[in-house]
Design a protein around this ligand. Structure first.
Ligand code: PXP
Length: 247
């Protein structure tokens, strides 16, 4: 069984489009509430909830993380930049896992994953701090041998393979090669002892291929589920994705 982490960031994106700058925790008409949506997604079968607290706070806000921590019945995966402030915040919140993602140009490797090779010292400090606090670290990386090998060497227990380049190549001749890179990367990571997750750009159609990746533990999926939920409701959107992941 492949597990499903539902990314609720884009529910917060819609809220911020109207209510940026409001006191969002005061009683009032602030909507939609990503935390309420997360609870419904969990009841519908989500195995975990992913939230990205960005440095620019463009969608998820600090209070969302704390409120989710209070009510979540599954696992919280906190996506974050590898900065001292975020590390400190994660140590206070104590999510089940943190996924380290690049937020600025300098942190990004060829396809758009975290450049662990270039940021070795910062990533190691983060992995060490999380390991000491018994929070699982996942590194969001491209399926490149150097990135995979170093992730394992630095002691990160999990990685998340960046599937964006493959998703973008879906309607192009480059798709087979992009998939084969992910395939080889998953094999290599598993052989190095890493738990292999995947995410970015996965949707109700292309999930049929990504679920055939070897050793995949969990898929983190956001945009397509939130989009479908607008017409079907989150329960059906989550249920349908779970069916397609594990037919
Ligand atoms: N995984 C990571 C690390 C992400 O940053 C995101 C959001 O971009 C996702 C998964 C989910 O991507 P999407 O919204 O395209 O499903």
């Amino acid at each position: 069984m492949i597990l499903l982490g539902v990314n609720i960031d884009h529910c917060a994106t819609v809220r911020q489009a109207r209510y940026r700058g409001y006191n969002q925790t005061a009683p009032g008409p602030v909507e939609p509430d990503p935390v309420a949506l997360a609870v419904r997604a969990e009841r519908a079968g989500a195995d975990g909830i992913t939230i990205h607290l960005r440095e620019d706070r463009r969608h998820i806000q600090d209070h969302d993380v704390w409120r989710l921590k209070e009510v979540s019945t599954t696992r919280i995966n906190l996506e974050m930049a590898c900065t001292p402030w975020m590390i400190d915040f994660a140590l206070k919140v104590k999510p089940h896992s943190v996924c380290i993602v690049p937020e600025s140009r300098e942190e990004i490797s060829t396809e758009g994953g975290l450049d662990v090779v270039a940021r070795r010292a910062q990533v190691k400090a983060c992995v060490d701090a999380m390991n000491a606090a018994e929070i699982i670290t996942s590194l969001f990386i491209d399926a490149e041998p150097a990135q995979i090998d170093l992730s394992a060497e630095l002691g990160s227990p999990w990685i998340e393979l960046h599937t964006g380049a493959w998703a973008n190549a879906w309607h192009t001749p480059g798709r087979a090669e992009a998939f084969s890179r992910l395939h080889d990367g998953a094999l290599r990571a598993h052989a190095a002892g890493l738990v292999v997750n995947a995410g970015h750009g996965i949707n109700y159609d292309n999930v049929a291929q990504i679920r055939t990746l070897p050793h995949v533990h969990e898929l983190n999926i956001g945009h397509t589920i939130i989009s479908r939920a607008l017409s079907t409701g989150i329960e059906e959107a989550v249920g349908e994705m779970k069916k397609r992941m594990n037919p």
